[in-house]
Design a protein around this ligand. Structure first.
Ligand code: 3PY
Ligand code: MG
Length: 258
């Protein structure tokens, strides 16, 4: 993922909430480049992680873990279990971004403690210090106002935007589902303030020489976001893929039933 972003390749991922190796393998076989195992809203626990990360690695998919809110200790455990990057939700201050980086890096760059028993790089501390990805989620108006301070954090690789939480924080409902879905030029006139927010955050990240991604609902929306300058885009997740495909087939059967 890091190498692809460095040369500007379009990389698409998805989210996993159902922590079973064979469920995650079906996503990997779909052609994703990266995936985040969601420990904020999904069902994964620590003992699920080594098997899930191994499965992703065997398919050449970069394994990220989104840790629960305000729980930096889970990041260290996820890295021990073989995660190649961490997504920290709802970061709002530079101090929180500093704690995120600290959790991901061994001294002198952070406070990660040694115990990588299930990670492929074992006792090597230089490789993970250089390669492990550390992303702060920007998903509130407060965070947006402090985005330059957050981006100034040494060791932070970039930002990941949560459009639903950001939209809720702006006083509207969750709006990821409709984002980038309305017009051919990728603009969503239903959410002008949110679209402006995404642009502000994206430009700030690039000003600081950092990567920026976001989570969206459809492949078409993801391509629009990439074309606009986002470096990585997540497309939907396992629960929605299951629910949507099932609902669509059942509905078409009912419609055609005489
Ligand atoms: C959000 O939209 O708030 C997210 O966290 C997406 O993953
Ligand atoms: Mg969120």
């Amino acid at each position: 993922m890091r190498a692809a972003m460095a040369v500007g390749t379009a990389i698409y991922g998805t989210a996993s909430s159902i922590p079973h190796p064979q469920a995650i393998e079906q996503l990997a076989k779909g052609g994703i480049d990266w995936l985040f195992i969601d420990m904020q809203h999904g069902l994964a626990t620590f003992s699920d992680l080594p098997g899930l990360c191994t499965m992703l690695r065997s398919h050449g998919v970069t394994a990220l873990v989104r840790v629960p809110y305000d729980d930096y200790s889970v990041a260290q455990r996820a890295l021990d279990a073989g995660a190649e990057g961490i997504i920290f939700p709802y970061i709002e201050t530079a101090a929180e971004a500093r704690r995120a980086v600290d959790a991901c890096k061994y001294p002198p760059y952070g406070v990660r403690s040694f115990g990588p028993f299930w990670s492929p790089y074992g006792a090597d501390i230089e490789w993970p210090n250089e390669q492990v990805l550390c992303f702060a989620m920007i998903e509130s108006v407060t965070a947006m106002g402090r985005v330059d301070d957050i981006l100034a954090t040494p060791g932070l690789d970039g930002l990941f935007i949560g459009p639903n939480d950001l939209s809720i924080s702006m006083g509207n409902g969750p709006s990821m589902a409709s984002l980038y879905g309305v017009t051919a030029d990728g603009q969503d006139p239903a959410n002008p303030a949110l679209m402006k927010g995404l642009e502000t955050i994206r430009e700030a990240a690039h000003r600081h020489g950092k990567w920026v991604g976001l989570q969206l609902a459809t492949g078409a929306a993801a391509a629009s976001a990439f074309n606009e300058g986002f470096n990585f885009v997540g497309i939907s997740g396992d629960t929605s893929y299951l629910a949507d495909a099932c609902a669509s087939e059942i509905a078409s059967a009912r419609k055609a039933t005489r």
